[in-house]
Design a protein around this ligand. Structure first.
Ligand code: SF4
Ligand code: SF4
Length: 454
């Protein structure tokens, strides 16, 4: 058996997709559904037919040329976590996309192996029509899970992951059709190819060291020269699982492009939505200030920065700290978890063993500790002062029963705060004395003379 995991795209100019299609040859025959009758569950209840009557994308709300777009969802070497994540999306939700509830967006007709009502040949029919060029609208292909190298499996007469059967065997016999094959056959005429989750975008866990299935990403499979019929390279929305909203928002953005409403949204050099993956997760982390002040968690459950117990956030492109996991809530550090780099092309091999301090963090945490040892006391000093009313400073008393055990600021602290106030107000042209209304003699504004109107 050839070792597919080490195949070099430089030495081999043919893409794995081309190799697979060369080996399998063209197909022309499809299921004949005329004799199937009541096959399927429930028979004849096509998901698209059921939804189209309640879908709102029609002429009144549709501004572009497309009334609908088909989305074929395939699962390769997958745990289905991406499907779970996407069904939890709310901004926008899958339901709203299926119902065409967004003004200007075409309605999405989703063909998903778990969600759809159809089964068997009825489920496969739209994909067959897409291959034959008979589909009634453009289509995009969405891949969850990595691409297994089916050329390897084929050599031993097996397969890694399949989606249904087609009469593509010898003499028109039914044979399992792998997800890899579907993707290879549908890619040339797709309006866009979208990889969801780290397995599909970069290979992910199935392509980790060892990799018996030769698992690879959609980009590796189709090659760097791949372009959809609209000239779009593979779009990548990574994460393990990805944030559902990241995916549905990207799909909506691509659909607006397909509808002719604007240019293709900005993607980075790896096909990631640039507005979602342009920053490290560390920059928006709720624990970032602990890092800055040199305070680090020793155990999970501690509130401080998690870098010393294995957080890779400073070098990982991810937006979960600001976006949250579901409905803007949760997300790794928000919920107490260290970043293990699950959105990154180097995941998992370059981040293992998990929950071990990244060696590169040593230098920055030493510096943070040194800076923090100076900054923290100064901030505490100012924080104490800002927690006092101006009146309490004047009266040297705080009328709170809760704080009675807390002593008033020392004379030295008082002088230091005065000095700080002078610095703060230097150049402030509004500090001149002003008339004081309704105050007692001893309650003039800070910096002003205790005067009252005659
Ligand atoms: S927990 Fe991680 S991402 Fe958050 S501040 Fe610490 S190192 Fe950065
Ligand atoms: S913070 Fe890290 S582990 Fe969490 S989702 Fe983002 S990349 Fe993955």
């Amino acid at each position: 058996m050839a070792d597919r995991s080490t195949r070099s795209p430089v030495r081999n100019p043919r893409t794995p997709a081309q190799e697979l299609l060369d080996e399998l040859g063209p197909v022309t025959q499809f299921h004949d559904t005329t004799h199937l009758g009541a096959f399927g569950m429930p028979s004849g209840a096509m998901t698209e037919d059921m939804l189209s009557s309640v879908a709102t994308a029609g002429t009144p709300t549709r501004f572009g040329p497309l009334e609908k777009v088909h989305a074929f969802w395939f699962a390769g070497m997958s745990c289905d976590g991406c499907s779970v994540a996407v069904t939890g999306a709310t901004l926008p939700s899958v339901e709203s996309l299926l119902l065409g509830a967004h003004p200007g967006l075409p309605r999405v007709v989703l063909h998903h192996p778990v969600i759809n009502m159809e089964s068997g040949p009825y489920y496969l029919q739209p994909a067959e029509q897409a291959m034959a060029g008979r589909l009634d609208a453009p289509y995009v292909v969405i891949l969850e899970g990595s691409i297994a190298d089916e050329v390897v499996a084929n050599a031993s007469g097996g397969y890694w992951s399949s989606t249904g059967e087609e009469p593509w065997g010898p003499d028109g016999d039914l044979r399992p059709v792998t997800s890899t094959e579907w993707v290879a056959r549908l890619a040339p005429n797709a309006a866009a190819m979208i990889a969801i989750g780290t397995c599909a975008t970069w290979g992910g866990v199935p392509s980790a060291e060892g990799n018996p299935t030769g698992a690879m990403s959609l980009m590796d499979f189709l090659g760097k020269d791949y372009r959809s019929v609209l000239g779009v390279p593979v779009v990548n929305v990574p994460g393990c699982p990805p944030i559902g909203d990241n995916f549905t928002e990207t799909v909506a953005a691509v659909l607006y492009f397909l509808q002719g409403f604007g240019p293709l949204p900005e993607f980075d050099e790896l096909g990631r939505p640039a507005w979602l993956f342009g920053e490290t997760v560390h920059r928006h982390c709720v624990r970032g200030a602990y890092y800055e002040e040199g305070q680090f968690a020793k155990d999970f459950g501690d509130p401080e920065c998690l870098v010393e117990i294995g957080c890779w956030g400073p070098v990982v492109n991810c937006n979960i700290a600001s976006r949250g996991a579901i409905m803007s809530v949760g997300g790794c550090m928000n919920a107490g978890g260290a970043c293990i780099g699950c959105t990154m092309p180097g995941f998992p091999d370059k981040f293992t063993p998990f929950y071990k301090r990244p060696p590169g963090s040593m230098a920055s945490t030493v510096v943070s500790r040194m800076v923090g040892s100076v900054i923290r006391p100064l901030r505490k000093f100012s924080n104490n002062n800002m927690n006092r009313e101006v009146r309490w400073d004047r009266q040297h008393a705080t009328p709170s029963a809760f704080s009675r055990e807390k002593s008033e600021p020392s004379a030295l602290a008082h002088v230091n705060h005065k000095f700080y106030d002078a610095l703060r107000r230097s150049g402030d042209t509004s500090r001149n004395d002003a008339d004081v209304w309704g105050k007692r003699q001893d309650e003039a504004p800070s910096g002003g003379s205790p005067r009252t109107r005659a």
